[in-house]
Design a protein around this ligand. Structure first.
Ligand code: TPP
Length: 574
């Protein structure tokens, strides 16, 4: 009996079904029309037609951050593929697993400057975990399976698969074979920490007098939140989360001392600066945390747990490096603590907490009200109350992002979705759409700015087509607020190109896309109108809140200073 033969396009679709993909986010074009035709003829997954390929990448990314499943993007060759670049870089910087299927001109035309030819593998090489050029039609299924495996194992990241047109067309057929249980001899990321290093870490923890747990996005990605909580409670240590790690330890946990870094709390940054031992879990000491690396935590012995060996001692030297999956390593640490019958020394621990609580008492995350002006922080606090702290919150980039991080204490991991590493304006709305697809019955908020929302506003149209009733809340300060803040603080108040002198009427714009628009320009109406917005469950609501345009985000690290050198109010240093 002869085997059934399939086109490359059919193989792409069959492979995605075999890998149990539920959604593909994409946009058609010449080189991938055969794939679109094969998609039309199947029911295993849904294709979401975006309005711009960048949005497809962010939508896949938001879906992935909320669910942990690999996000899938499909784009045509040339401009379709290059439109994905920002989204690929965004995913790469935050270690998000994603597979990007990019069309390519026929293999016979590659290198000829053919119509819509771009070397997308070359273009994206520095911002992918791996990439594949398919050159043989029968390799397609296993290449896709490997792409998924590489994307989600070890330190996750985006993988590009380039698919030339002649491998997809009906004239070429081959046998379909796929191994979804991938094993690769050349790629075997470590999972367990070395036992000698675990013992060293526990000995260091045991001798600590001022221990801080510094946890990052790795905790969220590895679903290690419960283990982190168990460890923090066992050590009874103060714990700070990075911007990417928020929700890893609940924002309302008694040991949580706030976010650290550039706009972190005073107590988090002070605790880090004064710690004698820092236990870094799935965090990478990036420059938005450390501030001046030369002044970084001089007295601390650093235990650094990371799945990626190249992350360890990259910016800050680790005294006890441990390579492994953070959930497995935390379990190993817990086992070893048990084995040595660990319990914290009450006197030293009390003295340390007393000090931390003194920093806490400064209440660095506070703001002053100003007559009837709506403060952006008040808007975030009101949303926290109304959604009982249970919403998925996606943000764009700017002041609003920091207010969201500071004033919406996330109880759970994967609840807070933002572009931390690349800081991509335009991320928020499509990311929220990806989350809403996954969790249609939850509140999904996109907190954004009047600048950021305009970077992917065309996706309001996709929201209507696929019925994605997210709540968009624009903290509208009539400016590129974060840029304006820097110009106020560093550039003598010269507001060079930070004011948009024409803004659309967002309410009319939302309505023209078929949605509901609500404007809030009066503090007295803030709660009532927000409640009204969140009560509308079946339609997208665009809430345009006119906030105080002069507000700054505090606390804020002083440039080139130590981690704990901070402005805590306008003109006031800690
Ligand atoms: C794509 C992109 N371009 C430029 C920037 C630089 N940038 C960072 S924050 C910011 C201002 C954001 O303004 P808005 O979205 O209105 O938010 P706000 O700061 O006012 O809350 C800019 C321009 C960026 N992060 N991303």
């Amino acid at each position: 009996m002869t085997a059934q033969l399939f086109t490359g396009a059919e193989m792409v679709v069959k492979a995605l079904s075999a890998l149990e993909v539920k959604y593909v986010f994409g946009y058609p074009g010449g080189s991938v029309l055969d794939i679109y035709d094969a998609i039309f003829q199947q029911d295993d997954f849904e294709h979401i037609l975006v309005r711009h390929e960048q949005a497809a990448t962010h939508m896949a990314d938001g879906y992935t951050r909320a669910t942990g499943e690999v996000g899938v993007v499909l784009a045509t060759s040339g401009p379709g593929a290059t439109n994905c670049v920002t989204g690929i870089a965004t995913a790469y910087m935050d270690s998000i697993p994603m597979v990007i299927l990019a069309g390519q001109v026929a293999t016979t035309l590659i290198g000829d400057d053919a119509f819509q030819e771009t070397d997308i593998v070359g273009c994206t090489r520095p911002i992918v975990k791996h990439s594949f050029n398919c050159r043989n039609l029968e390799d397609i299924p296993n290449i896709i399976a490997k792409a998924f495996y590489i994307a989600k194992t070890g330190r996750p990241g985006p993988v590009v698969v380039e698919l030339p047109k002649d491998l997809l067309i009906p004239q070429n057929k081959g046998e379909y074979q796929i191994t979804t249980d991938v094993k690769m001899r050349s790629y075997n990321p470590s999972v367990k920490g070395h036992i000698k290093q675990i013992r060293k870490a526990v000995k260091t923890i045991n001798e600590a007098k001022k221990l801080v747990v510094y946890s990052g996005g790795g905790i969220v990605i590895a679903n290690a939140s419960e283990l982190l909580t168990e460890l923090v409670e066992k050590l009874d240590a103060p714990c700070t989360n990075t911007l990417m790690g928020l929700g890893g330890l609940s924002g309302t946990h008694k040991n949580f001392i706030g976010m650290l870094g550039m706009h972190g709390s005073l107590e988090a940054n002070k605790a880090m600066a004064n710690a004698d031992v820092i236990l870094a879990l799935g965090a990478r000491f990036d420059d938005r945390v450390t501030n001046n690396v030369k002044k970084f935590c001089p007295d601390a012995t650093i235990i650094h747990v990371d799945i990626d060996p190249t992350s360890i001692s990259k910016t800050i030297n680790a005294h006890v490096p441990i390579v492994g999956l953070v959930d497995i390593v935390i379990q190993q640490i817990l086992d070893e603590l048990q084995a040595v019958d660990y319990s914290p020394n009450k006197d030293t621990l009390n003295a340390w907490w007393q000090q931390v609580n003194e920093w806490r008492a400064v209440k660095s995350n506070s703001y002053s009200t100003d007559g009837d002006k709506i403060k952006p922080q008040q808007v975030v606090e009101a949303m926290y109350r109304i959604t009982k702290g249970e919403a998925y919150v996606c943000s764009d980039v700017g002041q609003h992002q920091m207010f969201a991080a500071q004033y919406y204490p996330f109880a759970k991991p994967r609840q807070w979705i933002n572009s931390g590493g690349l800081g991509t304006m335009g991320f928020g709305l499509p990311a929220a759409m990806g989350v809403k697809l996954a969790f249609p019955d939850s509140h999904v908020i996109c907190i954004t700015g009047d600048g950021s929302i305009q970077m992917n506003i065309q996706e309001l149209s996709t929201c209507l087509q696929y019925n994605l009733p997210v709540v968009i809340v624009t903290l509208n300060n009539r400016s590129l607020g974060m840029v304006r803040q820097w110009q106020d603080m560093v550039y003598g108040g010269r507001h060079s190109s930070s004011y948009m002198e024409s803004l659309p009427d967002f309410i009319k714009l939302a309505e023209s896309y078929g949605h509901v628009g609500i404007k809030i320009d009066n503090l007295d109406e803030l709660d009532e109108k927000l409640e009204q917005a969140f009560a509308i469950k079946k339609r997208l609501v665009f809430v345009d809140v006119l906030v105080d345009e002069k507000e700054h985000v505090y606390p804020m690290q002083i440039r080139h200073g130590a981690i704990d050198e901070m402005w805590i109010k306008k003109g006031v240093q800690a």
